[in-house]
Design a protein around this ligand. Structure first.
Ligand SMILES: [Zn+2]
Length: 240
């Protein structure tokens, strides 16, 4: 087979395996959220990815508990395993805990076997810490056919996001993150921030941004709710 044909086949396989499923589902999520926004109450759903972090996650929990704001944490299971005390604190305080892969690998670069092991092992790790795993957010929002299979097989609910504030970047400040959140929210929006990873102490800026944004959002009439109030405990599967 000529090289150009092989290259064409490889590109077609990559598109069908990962790129097309990722963008189809992501755009369907965005479309549905925008479509519902005019009918939604002024409610927001806070979610955090990439934790737990030994320093910042507890500081964030102190703040959220003081403000009585619910949130969902999509954890990197490999990190969660090393810090069971933080997971236990979330569970006891009633925060929702979902999975965000084993070690934050992109599904676009992962074969079917590796992807399946990643999802199953992540779930198993969290279940050993008494977390009933129902929620899954893939790193970078990347999916592939195998991750879709395992999400369905393990009865997980896929959660993307509506609002991102690039809070992982060292270029952002608490003010710029706060402003992005305020500009981008709409009724029913799922906000995605980060309590782990990021550049140069990024979660610290995220927490400062939230301290500014939350009173302003409340003053605009927004309230914060648990994500299962939006999608139900059985969840609204985005892959049906
Ligand atoms: Zn992530």
């Amino acid at each position: 087979m000529p090289k150009i044909a092989k290259l064409g086949l490889a590109c077609a396989a990559a598109l069908s395996y990962s790129v097309i499923p990722t963008y189809l589902l992501k755009y369907r999520w965005i479309f549905r959220s925008r479509q519902r926004a005019s009918r939604e109450e002024k409610v927001l759903y806070l979610t955090f990815d990439d934790g737990p972090d030994t320093v910042y996650t507890n500081i964030l929990l102190d703040f959220l508990e003081k403000e009585q704001i619910p949130a969902a944490f999509f954890m990197v299971a490999g990190s969660a395993r090393k810090h069971p005390g933080i997971v236990e604190r979330m569970r006891k305080s009633g925060y929702q805990v979902g999975i965000h892969s084993l070690s934050h690998e992109s599904a676009m670069l992962s074969g079917p076997g590796r992807t399946g092991r990643d999802v199953k092992e992540s779930k198993k790790i969290m279940e050993k810490m008494d977390i009933a795993v129902k929620w899954y957010r893939p790193p970078w929002g990347h999916l592939n056919l195998a991750s879709l299979f395992w999400i369905r097989k393990l009865h997980l609910n896929l959660v993307f996001w509506d609002v991102m504030a690039q809070d992982w970047s060292a270029k952002e400040t608490p003010d710029s993150i706060c402003n992005k959140i305020l500009r981008r929210v709409f009724p029913g929006a799922v906000i995605c921030l980060h309590d782990g990873r990021g550049e140069n102490g990024a979660p610290g800026r995220t927490i400062e941004a939230l301290k500014k944004a939350i009173p302003l959002l409340k003053a605009q009439g927004y309230e914060f709710r648990r994500i299962e109030e939006k999608y139900g405990t059985a969840g609204e599967s985005e892959i049906d």
